[in-house]
Ligand binder design. Structure first.
Ligand code: HEM
Length: 124
């Protein structure tokens, strides 16, 4: 069985290191135009990934279906595309990464909602 709780938290911690390094760079070099990319890296990458990991830890029954593994890859793939898109847009470029990434990220969040509604215990 996949340890999705561990995988999510591990990846969230990778995101926070990347977000902090990026935040330090943008602050130190006065590239404030990248503040929005930095915020999404930390909030969608770190905060939401760790929260999803904690949900998997608190509700181990969520891990039982193949939907759970698919949800992990869809969500993390979606935010990667979204964040690449944000960085390009903050840098003044046009890109479809942001639109595609946004839709895949929403799909990933929706899959987590379905997973939770379906597999979290309904009674104590
Ligand atoms: C070493 C750690 C970090 C550094 C050096 C850093 C640095 C920065 C800098 C320089 C800005 C731009 C401020 C401005 O536009 O005036 C910023 C914005 C922001 N940061 Fe961080 N940050 C760090 C960690 C985090 C973390 C862990 C989070 C969230 C969990 C976070 C969330 C945000 C948000 C929401 C904004 C506002 C973005 C916006 O207005 O578009 N940051 N940060």
């Amino acid at each position: 069985m996949q340890r999705l709780d561990r995988n999510y938290i591990l990846l969230g911690l990778v995101w926070v290191i990347a977000g902090m390094v990026f935040g330090t760079w943008l602050g130190a070099t006065n590239h404030m135009n990248y503040g929005n990319s930095h915020a999404h890296m930390n909030l969608l990458g770190f905060v939401a990934s760790v929260l999803f990991g904690l949900l998997h830890h608190v509700y181990p029954t969520l891990r039982n279906s193949r939907l759970a593994v698919a949800q992990f890859f869809v969500y993390e793939g979606g935010i990667l595309l979204l964040i690449i898109g944000k960085i390009l847009v903050d840098g003044g470029q046009e890109t479809l990464f942001l639109q595609i990434g946004s839709l895949v990220t929403i799909l990933g969040a929706l899959m987590m909602l379905i997973l939770f509604a379906k597999d979290a215990p309904k009674t104590a």
